[in-house]
Design a protein around this ligand. Structure first.
Ligand code: NAD
Length: 432
């Protein structure tokens, strides 16, 4: 690689062009905007615009009815320039290679922003986990692990949970991978149960990170947290822990939701009651009586200080962005804001803490889990949390600084923070 050709040729697409962007195109749109502002050298931009490796597999699984069903599985490694690749595995009917590719690229930027010695990857299986039995899910997860046995590895590529996967699936992967490799390999995944080498504090880490970034942003923009309110979309791993953590800092969580509906209580939702309700109702909030039922759009456009989208991608469209009243958006989910909404929110003076910063607490404690697996020595929860908070505060400061230095929003400031580290790593690594 040479230092010549410093101009990147890509122009950010116009907002008209953003309308029907796929998820990966949405990644590229932001990438191109940030690359232009930072003046990312063309050779580095060309390398980072595409994933390093893409694996697609077909997985035959014996279903409970005695018939074989074939599922599509993916693992996309966007980069290994800062270290082995890291990224979750999601199950869902909408999972496809474009989505996994986008999520893999975000992992590269997320790890770089958080200051972790890791690259980025993501995996997924197209399936309907809610309609499958535990046995079917276990056989599917083991088949996927078998298909990926040469892709995964503690020094190669380390999966973790994402939507519709959790410590149960991670435990199956550790077990299958260890059997295939004929040695105990807890470090092949993170987000495992603590008894199998998981880290204390991992399950709550993404929600904890959302809380830290909320507090940091509130300090910068002068919101008094004790008088503040929040609405949280999604009540799964990220949303439920984020809500609990915000509540623990005296922020009143007035609305929560899941795929079955949204609930509003101006005095604050009783979160323990919501969690108990969820446990007793097949993991849903359906029928929750601790608040008035409102629509998803009403939740997103409530008059609150903080909005935490922690469910799915593409929730904040341009139309919704025009109606948003929150002062601060902290993106717990990956890709919740569409490209054309960025400018609208910016013009309205709404601060958006972007996904690649806001939800990086999960991968940060995943990194700690991987370190503990390598050491064979396990930390107390306080040590995990304190280290996590320090990493997150440092990452926030760097992104804030770069956004000011380059006179841009926090999202592009986060990409620029990542570019600085990736550019250095690629230059040191040299060329063929
Ligand atoms: P999860 O499966 O535990 O929870 C998802 C939640 O969203 C559930 O409560 C579900 O009911 C809800 N939901 C689904 N569709 C909805 C809709 N239309 N309206 C409202 N709610 C809806 O998943 P998770 O692990 O919490 O992940 C959520 C998001 O956070 C994803 O974008 C994921 O990529 C991202 N993320 C997760 C982690 C992690 O550590 N789990 C880390 C970083 C980013």
């Amino acid at each position: 690689m040479t230092k010549s050709n410093h101009q990147t040729t890509a122009n950010p697409p116009s907002s008209e062009a953003h309308k029907s962007l796929s998820m990966y195109e949405a990644v590229l749109a932001r990438f191109n905007q940030a690359a232009e502002i930072y003046n990312l050298p063309t050779d580095i931009a060309d390398i980072l615009r595409v994933p390093q490796k893409q694996v697609k597999v077909n997985l035959p699984v014996m279903m409970d009815n005695g018939k074989v069903q074939v599922f599509e599985g993916y693992r996309i490694i966007h980069s290994t320039y800062l270290g082995p690749s890291k990224g979750g595995i999601r199950y869902g009917l909408d999972v496809n290679d474009d989505e996994v590719k986008a999520l893999a690229a975000w992992m590269t930027y997320k790890c770089a922003v958080a200051g972790l010695p890791l690259g980025g990857a993501k995996g997924g299986i197209t399936c309907d986990p809610r309609s499958m039995s535990v046995g079917e899910l276990e056989r599917l997860t083991r088949q996927y692990t078998l298909a990926m046995v040469d892709v995964f590895g503690p020094n190669l590529d380390i999966p973790a949970p994402d939507m519709n996967t959790g410590k149960r699936e991670m435990a199956w992967i550790v077990d299958e991978y260890s059997k295939l490799k004929r040695e105990s390999t807890p470090g092949v995944v993170t987000g495992k149960p603590v008894t199998l080498g998981g880290s204390k504090g991992r399950e709550s880490a993404t929600g904890r990170g959302v809380m830290i970034h909320t507090l940091e942003a509130m300090k910068k923009i002068g919101i008094d947290r004790k008088k503040s309110t929040a609405a949280v979309q999604g009540f799964g791993n990220v949303g439920s822990f984020a809500a609990k953590m915000l509540h623990s800092k005296n922020i009143t969580v007035v609305a929560i939701s899941d795929y079955t509906g949204a609930y509003y209580n101006e005095k604050g939702i009783d979160l323990d009651r919501a969690l108990q309700h969820q446990k007793a109702h097949k993991n849903t909030l359906e029928g929750f009586t601790g608040g008035d039922k409102i629509s998803n759009e009403e939740l997103l456009t409530l008059e609150v200080d903080v909005l935490v989208p922690a469910a799915l991608q593409n929730q904040i469209s341009a139309e919704i962005a025009h109606k948003i009243k929150a002062k601060l958006i902290v993106e717990g989910a990956n890709g919740p804001t569409e490209v054309e909404a960025d400018e609208i929110l910016h013009d309205k003076g709404i601060i958006v803490v972007p996904d690649i910063l806001a939800n990086s607490g999960g991968v940060t404690v995943s990194y700690f889990e991987w370190v503990q697996n390598k050491q064979g020595f396990y930390w107390q929860e306080d040590e995990v949390n304190n280290r996590h908070d320090t990493y997150m505060q440092q990452a926030f400061e760097q992104v804030w600084y770069n956004s000011k230095q380059y006179k841009t929003n926090l999202r592009l400031g986060a990409y620029i923070t990542a570019f600085k580290k990736l550019e250095k790593a690629l230059r040191y690594r040299g060329n063929y």
